[in-house]
Design a protein around this ligand. Structure first.
Ligand code: NAP
Length: 688
């Protein structure tokens, strides 16, 4: 069988020399593949011209709903992918990380639709108020780039590697070209086929290269984004590609790194942290046969405990059943192929120059349900580097398999310094039940690690693990790890958007951001906003309320009702040395009384008020002051109608949207005394 590339809406077989792809456990030929004869220039143009425009037009909520539909669709078909995944040497647990972890990433990104606003672009951060007169201001918007996201991926997570990146670029409104590593590209291809069959994405949103990248990078331009996941050697070479430099193409690199785990000084044998540490190391070494960019490569333990740890890890590894992942009881599968095993052995030979072998045999392993030589099997290998300051090879060489090196440290500062010898990693863990140790390690070493985990008894059950980057947290690391930053929820999406500063009057900036900016022209409406449905409200619509004169009696009654008898409200004689010149009204009273002014009580389209944001009390209000509210539609956020289930709360089926109102409470001088944003849910006219 020959794999097909997906280019310009067609499945195309590559010409010329074919790569042979084999089952990692049996060595049997699965497929051949090539990307020969493909026109990469045309592929990128197709993405830019056909895939980009419909994606850019969609709002964030629309893109999010598209991703959710895709994730649900793929989850329904997951069994197909598991069957293919076994051929990569992955066990069920390994495949779960790749397949359901990847789909989970799409779900997580789909949920971002609630955080990114209602438009096809994102309004970034707070406004910048620049002029004294209030007629000139600045802000930032972030708009989707007009290019293609080109993803060059590593072989170890053929599905997760694609989905963790594509979910983010689709959410941002960019199409993708995915180039998985050739050796496991058959698994990526099986999922791309399903995605294309689903017809959930617009045409051109996804194209696939199964084979070499050829001259792909010669055709990228300044609106494209290139991401790379793989070895530091390949990454560095691609990063300086002349076209990447000439066109200033953003290049996000995630490379291999020599991640470390530290046994805290308090985590001695007999403590839960010692056991958790041993378990975590065992899991990290064997999961995915050690082919994880985040895998533990360096194990740092107090010098007195080296022997205890060595014995405990050895015992744990000894219980791991290795073999064909389809065979009963197997816990560790094979490397992705014979080339990968050859590379691991070569790297191991380098590592062993500074370390001794304390567990495993690089040349031999006994396996279940397979032939150890025909399949790409290898034993877990534990090395011991007795002098990590002298034998630096452990901090320089990665063997991308089940290989880790144990090394002693003298005190925690020494452990921090040793962890930094890796010159930048994706993740570092400390097992400790002492927050002082956790602080010392994390504060001392964070500048060298992209993510840090504090492992202890209290989080053990829910711990997702040293090696698992979370969709909503940043993944990436400094230095050797590539200097990249992926995922991270909203942060990930922003990589695919162009941040542009916008300057003008508050009215112009309101029009550009579709968020009301203070000082912008208001549209005073005859009809109260509470009488209008979601579709009828416009940003800038304003209600000017009746007035209320604050009295001492108000303050006393509010103090009684709320129980808040803080001296500044109650005791005239206690105000010396404060900023107050008399008994001041409670800020909460001002906001509550403001609600009494801006709320239009009879039943209408406003369903509920569910919160207040950014509330500030900006000027003391004394008895005698007269307050009034300018109540302005600040922002509208569309909401999808929730699916009705049997136990759905009442009202779930009402189509509604969120309307944020700016509550500007002014006194008789016109100055703002309190300001807040309230969040309301407003019924739509269209209940369809
Ligand atoms: P690799 O050999 O560097 O290959 C990575 C990708 O680059 C593959 O798709 C490969 O395609 C492609 N490539 C190679 N030469 C290229 C060229 N001249 N032009 C364009 N593309 C080129 O790495 P790998 O062996 O697949 O993966 C293992 C490494 O990845 C490990 O070192 C691991 O630590 C690292 N990794 C890092 C992360 C992370 O997030 N930081 C995640 C996973 C893996 P072909 O397969 O067609 O050669």
């Amino acid at each position: 069988m020959q794999l097909h590339n997906y280019i310009a809406g067609q499945w195309v077989a590559g010409t010329g020399k074919q790569a042979e792809l084999t089952d990692a456990s049996t060595g049997e030929l699965i497929a051949t593949t090539s990307s020969g004869g493909l026109d990469f220039d045309a592929m990128l143009k197709y993405g830019r011209e056909i895939g980009g425009p419909p994606l850019r037009k969609m709002t964030f909520p629309e893109r999010g709903r598209m991703l959710k539909a895709l994730a649900l669709y793929l989850m329904d078909r997951k069994e197909e992918f598991y069957q293919v995944s076994y051929k990569t040497g992955a066990t069920k647990a390994d495949s779960w990380v790749d397949i359901e972890g990847g789909i989970g990433n799409v779900f997580a990104n789909a949920s971002l639709r609630k955080q990114l606003g209602n438009m096809p672009f994102y309004v970034d951060g707070p406004p910048v108020l620049t002029s004294r007169g209030g007629t000139f201001m600045g802000h930032h918007i972030m708009v989707p780039k007009e290019g293609v996201a080109v993803h060059i991926n590593a072989f170890n997570f053929p599905i997760w590697g694609m989905l963790e990146k594509c979910a983010v670029n689709w959410m941002a409104g960019m199409p993708a070209v995915v180039k998985p590593a050739t050796v496991t590209s058959y698994l990526t291809e099986s999922m791309v086929k399903a995605i294309i069959e689903s017809k959930i994405l617009p045409e051109g949103a996804l194209q696939l290269i199964v084979g070499s990248a050829g001259d792909l990078l010669d055709h990228v331009d300044s609106q494209d984004v290139v991401t790379f996941t793989g070895s530091a050697t390949t990454g560095r070479m691609l990063k300086v590609h002349p076209r990447i430099i000439a066109e200033s193409v953003p290049f996000n690199m995630e490379a291999d790194s020599l991640n470390s785990i530290v046994l805290g000084p308090d985590a001695v044998p007999g403590t839960p942290e010692f056991d958790l540490f041993v378990k975590e190391v065992g899991r990290e070494m064997t999961l995915k046969c050690g082919q994880r960019c985040t895998g533990v490569r360096r194990i740092l333990v107090p010098e007195k405990l080296v022997e205890d740890v060595q014995i405990a890890i050895g015992k744990r590894l000894g219980g791991t059943v290795i073999g064909d992942p389809r065979a009963e009881g197997v816990r560790m599968g094979a490397l992705a192929g014979p080339t990968q095993r050859k590379e691991v052995r070569e790297q191991l030979a380098k590592l062993m120059k500074g370390s001794e072998l304390v567990y495993g045999d690089p040349q031999q392993v006994s396996v279940t349900g397979a032939d150890a030589e025909k399949g790409a099997f290898i034993s877990p290998i534990l090395l011991l580097n007795k002098d990590p300051w002298k034998n630096r090879v452990s901090h320089e060489v990665e063997a991308f398999g089940p290989v880790s090196t144990l090394m002693p440290y003298t005190d925690l500062d020494d452990a921090i310094a040793i962890s930094k010898l890796g010159k930048g990693s994706l993740v570092a863990t400390i097992a400790t039940y002492d927050n002082k140790h956790a602080q010392q390690f994390v504060w001392g070493a964070a500048n060298h690690h992209g993510r840090m985990l504090v492992l202890d008894r209290d989080m053990a059950k829910e711990n997702t693990g040293h090696g698992s980057p979370l969709a909503t947290l940043v993944h990436g690391g400094p230095g050797r790890a590539g200097g990249g930053e992926e995922m991270g929820g909203k942060r990930g999406v922003l990589h695919y958007l162009q941040r542009t500063a916008i300057q003008g009057t508050p009215t112009a900036i309101t029009a550009l951001t579709q968020q009301y900016q203070q000082g912008a022209k208001q549209n005073i409406t005859a009809k109260h906003s509470f009488r209008m449905h979601f579709e009828e409200l416009n940003v800038g619509d304003t209600v000017i309320t009746e007035k209320h004169t604050v009295t001492l009696d108000d303050i006393d009654k509010f103090a009684d009702l709320s129980g808040d008898k803080f001296y500044a409200h109650m005791d005239e004689n206690a105000l010396d040395g404060t900023i107050f010149t008399g008994r001041v009204a409670h800020g909460y009273f001002i906001l509550s009384r403001a609600a009494g002014l801006f709320v239009d009580p009879p039943k209408g389209p406003v369903l509920l008020n569910y919160g207040i944001e950014e509330a500030r009390f900006t000027k003391p209000v004394y008895p005698g002051a007269t307050i009034q509210v300018k109540f302005t539609v600040k922002e509208k956020v569309d909401q999808e109608k929730k699916e009705l289930k049997e136990d759905s709360p009442k009202g779930t089926d009402i189509a509604s949207g969120i309307v944020k109102f700016l509550v500007d409470v002014v006194d008789e001088t016109g100055e703002t005394v309190a300001i807040a944003t309230i969040l309301t849910m407003v019924r739509k006219l269209d209940q369809g």
